[in-house]
Design a protein around this ligand. Structure first.
Ligand code: HEC
Ligand code: HEC
Ligand code: HEC
Ligand code: HEC
Length: 259
């Protein structure tokens, strides 16, 4: 029987409205912002894959929550390891590609309980919610650029990595996520040096100068000459060791990123 075909036509009323009032009207459908299934009046089906209210702010242009998250991305230096909003290094996951594969809760947890080579920023929950919204907003605005296929290889445990002079000379105090050798070092007394030579590494050296081989050399010779309060002791490195450890700091796609 052909009963009420209009019920399933484009003009059909969203089943979300059985239980919820309408809001943000004129900005699209409920599922456009929250996903879920608006053909079912059963909550567990309707809510399948739902984006909750706190993670939906990225859908609102000019959202304060997104702005807050973007500030934290800048302050945290996330881009020295990740790409987000089409900018940043690719030493770790491209955050523009997380959605829709991951749920906002997964992303929240990844920031709250970071893996070994991701720093623990000790963010409070509201800050993490802002970050998740900012990441989602960055992914949304991303143009369909040609994406290179990047192999993110971490935790390689071969001789090359173990014998790298970074591990021997720096690894007791620092960690380094390297493109070539994976994660190197295990110390946490000094900061993670991932992406050190890239524009996305937070500027700390003598003001705003970017880290390069020459000022790194000066720093290693005597950190106190560069920063009077430095805690790092001088580290003697041979030219060959320096070459090997700066080689581990090479960041792929640097040319593209520093345009
Ligand atoms: C059968 C009733 C029912 C239907 C149908 C329903 N919801 Fe809900 N929804 C609820 C109830 C009850 C809550 C309160 C929290 C809970 O119990 O999950 C809720 C909570 C929510 C929340 C807040 C969750 C959060 O964590 O912020 C959102 C967003 C939401 N619903 C969106 C939708 C959308 C979009 C649809 C349609 C695709 C929909 N709901 C369909 C009953 C329903
Ligand atoms: C343009 C995007 C957008 C659309 C369209 C939209 N929402 Fe939301 N929704 C949000 C945002 C953002 C929030 C977080 C609170 C706020 O800003 O309103 C939210 C929050 C919610 C909440 C949680 C409210 C609370 O007090 O915790 C529910 C429930 C909800 N939306 C249901 C719906 C339903 C049902 C529809 C369709 C009628 C809908 N939304 C359409 C963006 C949207
Ligand atoms: C020193 C490098 C580094 C920095 C800085 C860093 N991360 Fe990560 N992050 C990682 C690594 C390593 C992983 C594990 C996944 C991988 O290998 O890409 C990861 C994983 C993640 C994931 C989960 C990705 C997934 O595939 O599920 C999210 C989300 C994330 N980071 C967000 C952030 C945010 C937000 C910041 C800034 C506040 C940040 N990260 C800063 C290294 C870093
Ligand atoms: C005994 C521990 C220790 C060793 C070994 C060590 N560092 Fe450090 N390093 C630190 C500490 C602590 C800091 C934090 C800044 C300070 O000194 O107050 C630091 C800071 C740095 C900085 C500045 C980072 C910034 O954001 O300002 C660089 C670059 C650096 N170390 C490179 C190296 C390299 C390369 C090696 C190996 C050749 C190395 N360090 C070995 C403890 C160490």
């Amino acid at each position: 029987m052909l009963l009420f075909p209009a019920m399933v036509s484009a003009g059909r009323k969203s089943a979300c409205l059985t239980c919820h009032p309408s809001h943000h009207t004129g900005r699209g459908s409920c599922t456009g912002c929250h996903r879920g299934n608006d053909r079912s009046e059963r909550k567990n089906i309707a809510h399948h894959g739902l984006i909750g209210g706190r993670y939906a702010h990225f859908t609102i242009p000019g959202s304060k929550v997104v702005e807050e998250g973007k500030k934290l991305i800048g302050a945290g230096g996330c881009r020295r390891c990740h790409t987000t909003g089409d900018r940043g290094n690719r030493l770790a996951a491209d955050l523009d590609k997380l959605f829709p594969g991951a749920s906002p809760e997964d992303v929240f947890k990844a920031i709250k309980n970071p893996v070994l080579y991701m720093p623990d920023f000790h963010f409070v929950d509201t800050e993490i919610v802002s970050l998740v919204n900012a990441i989602a907003s960055g992914a949304r605005q991303e143009t369909d650029r040609q994406r290179e296929i990047v192999q993110v290889v971490h935790f390689i445990d071969d001789g090359l990595a173990r014998e790298n002079s970074f591990v021997r000379l720096c690894g007791s105090c620092h960690k380094l996520l390297s493109h070539r050798y994976g994660g190197l070092g295990s110390g946490h007394m000094g900061p993670s040096l991932s992406g050190l030579f890239s524009e996305f590494y937070p500027a700390t050296f003598a003001g705003k100068t970017r880290w390069r081989e020459d000022n790194l050399k000066r720093w290693l010779k005597n950190p106190r000459k560069v920063r009077p309060n430095a805690l790092m002791p001088p580290v003697a490195v041979t030219a060959a060791e320096l070459e090997q450890l700066t080689d581990a700091m090479v960041v792929p796609y640097q040319e593209k990123n520093s345009r």
